[in-house]
Write a protein of this length. Structure first.
Length: 448
């Protein structure tokens, strides 16, 4: 880097700066010196002493994006992803900070396992925060050493992938959540009601001969976990809400004063169960392209639901029921995704598709950039008490620059994640992170 690590100056000139915490949405210059934001303001003088001078006219400059829900598959499933490949996907997708789920092998259910992610995460160039399990081995029966994991750096606790079976374990975890001020992050799905299903139960599952996962499987456990949160006064965070009914349960709980937060995923706002049948039509749009076969990459848990759900969830984004948006980046190798629905693993990659998916919703007029930026930056940072999320003078420069109109085709080669499992494969989308700075270092650059 010109000027060296110890003295470097970067200018981002003429971009539309959106910084929700400071209420900024205007054309400004951002000046980064020695890894820190020096100023966000009127034109920075051109000239000597500037190592990198980026003209970002027409582009959007935001605080570094935060993905509060990813699966990095490390340790144990590194043929799908590892911390390094996940970090590359994050940077290419505009993310500078992410929280990773503990369904690894072994699972993150000890202080040592948490410390390992913290230590190795620091080598990746992206801020990585581990989430510990709620129960030992994620088996749902015996509580994990939550306090020790918190001390080691866990930012929350989750048995994501499964609901936590024992109500006693849930109660104890929720009590600890208040004391530690860290969330219990729940995957809500009744295993009995969901049994045997590979997709949302509805007309498409009937057509494909799949037993289906009814919306009720999710909603009944969302209701259970909210009840336990209200009983204990604990902090419940409802992961990946996919049904309108589930969103309404969260809204009602918030109105009653329960300490409940919730997130929604870009894919649940845009895709429907039709995608499992290979019929690619974004919710609310007319145009269809038909693969003419089922698409195992559209199998995800919770499943892609009805168009009514996909469209309805946006109302709960706009009214603040959802505290933030996260991707549930869930890489799966090709061999984990055979074209037989019952045998295909659940999950889709998300880190590199969040920006184009949100850009699509913006283009459809359903949300705007300032809100999208808030839901991926300051909102997760403030909700989960993470650093970052704002362009704060004197603080480490985590910055994302987005080209909202840049067109690109989703292919195995264009994705940086080790896994390529997305139903958007082959589609040409608009919107891309073109520059990603972490702690003032340029980690992804499509401008130079
Ligand atoms: Zn997940």
């Amino acid at each position: 880097m010109p000027g060296g690590q110890s003295m470097s100056t970067i200018v981002l000139r003429g971009g539309r700066v959106i910084d929700p915490d400071y209420g900024i949405d205007q054309m400004l210059d951002v000046l980064v010196v020695d890894g820190r934001i020096l100023s966000v303001g009127e034109s920075v003088a051109k000239g000597t002493g500037v190592d990198r001078d980026y003209d970002v006219t027409g582009l959007i400059v935001t605080p570094g994006w935060i993905d509060a829900h990813v699966h990095l598959r490390d340790p144990g499933f590194t043929y799908k992803e590892d911390l390094q490949s996940g970090a590359k996907a994050a940077l290419a997708g505009g993310f500078t900070r992410m929280c990773c789920m503990p369904n690894t092998d072994p699972p993150l259910d000890s202080a040592a396992a948490i410390s390992d992610i913290v230590d190795r995460g620091e080598q990746t160039g992206v801020h990585i925060h581990p989430i510990g399990t709620i129960s030992m081995s994620r088996a749902g029966l015996e509580i994990s050493p939550i306090e020790a994991m918190a001390a080691a750096g866990a930012i929350g606790f989750s048995d994501d992938g499964d609901s936590t079976k024992s109500e006693d374990v849930m109660r104890e975890a929720l009590r600890l959540s208040s004391r530690l001020n860290l969330p219990i992050m729940v995957h809500c799905e009744d295993p009995e009601l969901a049994r045997g299903g590979s997709m949302h139960r509805g007309v498409v599952s009937e057509e494909l001969g799949d037993p289906g996962i009814p919306a009720e499987a999710e909603d009944s456990y969302t209701a259970r976990d909210i009840r336990l949160a209200e009983e204990t006064g604990g902090w419940l965070h409802v992961l990946h809400v996919s049904t309108v009914r589930g969103a309404q349960l969260v809204k009602d709980a918030k109105q009653r004063g329960a300490r409940v937060t919730a997130e929604v995923m870009p894919h649940h706002l845009t895709l429907t169960d039709e995608w499992v049948a290979g019929r690619r039509r974004f919710a609310g749009q007319q145009q269809i392209s038909d693969l003419g076969r089922i698409d195992p990459n559209a199998k995800v848990n919770p499943p892609l639901r009805s168009e009514q759900d996909a469209l309805g969830l946006m109302d709960y984004v706009l009214d603040g029921t959802f505290d933030f948006i996260a991707t549930d980046h869930a890489p799966q190798a090709e061999r984990d995704k055979p074209a037989i629905l019952t045998e295909a693993a659940s999950g889709m990659t998300g880190l590199e598709l969040a920006i184009p998916t949100m850009a699509l919703l913006i283009k459809m007029g359903r949300i705007d950039w300032p809100l999208v930026v808030r839901l991926f930056t300051s909102a997760p940072a403030r909700s989960l008490n993470l650093n970052g999320g704002a362009l704060e003078a004197g603080h480490a420069a985590d910055i994302t620059v987005i080209d909202p109109a840049k067109s690109w085709t989703v292919t195995a080669a264009s994705l940086h994640s080790r896994s390529k499992n997305t139903p958007l494969l082959g589609m040409t989308l608009e919107g891309r992170a073109v520059l990603t700075l972490v702690s003032g270092e340029v980690r992804h650059d499509e401008l130079s």
